[in-house]
Design a protein around this ligand. Structure first.
Ligand code: ZN
Length: 448
């Protein structure tokens, strides 16, 4: 159920964007081979993601994309002859424990001789015990990788550091939108992209380990402890040299939702061209995401059969925690504590709502000699209740207050696609409570 809710939630979490027309190739298309055939679990639907990755590349208009589906490890490889040498770049969407040594040697030779390699998301889980693959990918996770696989790599104080403390490799929190921060703005793949952009809901990989040799980090994403993160700025895209070959490795791209993000698509297209040729000729599309707003392509997202089929109540259940976490973060920035409430109801008048509450540091202000104290939870709900009836931010209605209402600022209401989004905070000065609530409503708007 949890997986269904999350998968379904993602379908509703993007703003809409125009679909750009493919560009006609001026020169011979770049020949790409996507490798797939296996995954460690059903949470990676590799058949669907291969189709989406193929479409992602084809939208650029400069690639000719083929697919080679490998047998599962342990099955018969005698009919698997992908002829790597006919391609300029291989894109791995394959998460397998191992391969026969002949096939491994061919892939390694292809890259060492100057072929391009692109590694997407869970493909970096593959081949834990194949040293050449780990050198090519730089870092990887899961499949029993530990400190023996190499140190963890992340950004600290603006610099790449390695951390050889012990532990398992690979972790992520719930799939939420996150900001991607450029660390190599002059690299051909990154040149012209905004310094910060909002990636669609995705797994943010952390604690990846590996040799990290000849590795340049193109971008990082902050792994938020509020979402089971490390608190570090984790690599989200890297490039490496291996022999004469070039490798582009993106840690993003869990599912069709993530793969339909215009930021993901653009960096995948540019990274694949760069791995193949060493250059990037593609322009940044006009619908590239901004620092605050996700942008995705509907035609790509709709390749997932679950796209757009999620009831709003389930979407709210998935978004509420993220909205409360955002409010907590905003309250921390403002140095205030209190109680945060988010709520959602469908239609133009309230008949029922879904709501969720989080205590941010304190539930009450204690009484003093001259003040009777405040139950901040009661106040936050009173603000939400006032808004549910007036459909105006708390404290801004022109009608007289009723019993149960305080008329205090600090609650924000907005119209969503099918109903109303409410966030209320109580604990700081009115203007700060409003800022916290605006952050909560802003996040709910991403999906509702
Ligand atoms: Zn994943």
């Amino acid at each position: 159920m949890k997986r269904f809710v999350l998968t379904a939630l993602l379908a509703a979490m993007w703003s809409t964007a125009l679909v750009a027309a493919p560009v006609a190739p001026k020169t011979k298309p770049i020949r790409v081979l996507i490798l797939d055939g296996e995954s460690a679990g059903p949470y990676h639907d590799w058949k669907l993601t291969t189709a989406v990755l193929k479409k992602d590349l084809e939208e650029a208009g400069i690639f000719h994309v083929s697919v080679a589906t490998a047998p599962r490890f342990g099955e018969d490889f005698s009919n698997f002859k992908p002829e790597f040498g006919s391609y300029q770049v291989i894109l791995s969407n394959l998460d397998t424990p191992d391969w026969p040594s002949d096939e491994k040697a061919q892939l390694e030779q292809f890259v060492a001789d100057g072929g391009g390699l692109v590694v997407v998301h869970a493909a970096d889980n593959a081949f834990p015990d194949w040293p050449a693959f780990n050198l090519m990918a730089g870092v990887g996770g899961w499949r029993n990788r530990s400190e023996k696989a190499g140190p963890m790599w992340y950004f600290k104080d603006g610099k790449l550091v390695s951390d050889d403390s012990a532990g398992r490799a690979g972790s992520h929190g719930a799939r939420l939108p996150f900001q991607v921060v450029s660390r190599s703005p002059e690299h051909p793949i990154m040149k012209g992209l905004p310094p910060v952009w909002m990636h669609a809901a995705d797994e943010l990989y952390a604690t990846l380990r590996g040799p990290g040799k000849d590795m340049t980090v193109l971008a990082t994403a902050h792994s938020d402890p509020e979402n089971k993160g490390t608190g570090h700025d984790e690599p989200s895209m890297v490039v490496l040299k291996y022999g004469k070959g070039r490798v582009f490795h993106t840690m993003m791209g869990h599912d069709a939702a993530a793969l339909s993000c215009v930021g993901f698509m653009t960096t995948l297209q540019r990274g694949t061209e760069w791995a193949a040729t060493g250059k990037v000729t593609q322009k940044v599309p006009p619908d590239f995401p901004t620092a605050e707003t996700v942008s995705y392509r509907v035609n790509i997202a709709a390749m997932d059969p679950t796209f757009g089929k999620t009831p709003a109540g389930i979407v709210f259940d998935g978004l509420a925690d993220a909205a409360l976490a955002t409010m907590r973060k905003r309250a921390d920035e403002l140095g205030i504590g209190g109680v945060a409430v988010v709520a959602y109801f469908e239609g133009d008048t309230i008949q029922s709502w879904s709501s969720k509450m989080s205590v941010v540091g304190k539930i009450k202000d204690m009484p003093t000699a001259d003040k009777k104290g405040n139950n901040l939870l009661a106040i936050a709900y009173a603000k939400a209740a006032e808004m549910a009836d007036t459909l105006k931010d708390s404290g801004t209605s022109s009608r007289p207050l009723m019993t149960g209402e305080f008329g205090w600022n600090g609650g924000v209401i907005a119209r969503g696609k099918k109903g109303f989004l409410i966030a209320a905070f109580s604990g700081g000065k009115s203007e700060d409570d409003v800022k916290v609530s605006q952050a909560g409503v802003g996040l709910l708007k991403m999906g509702l």
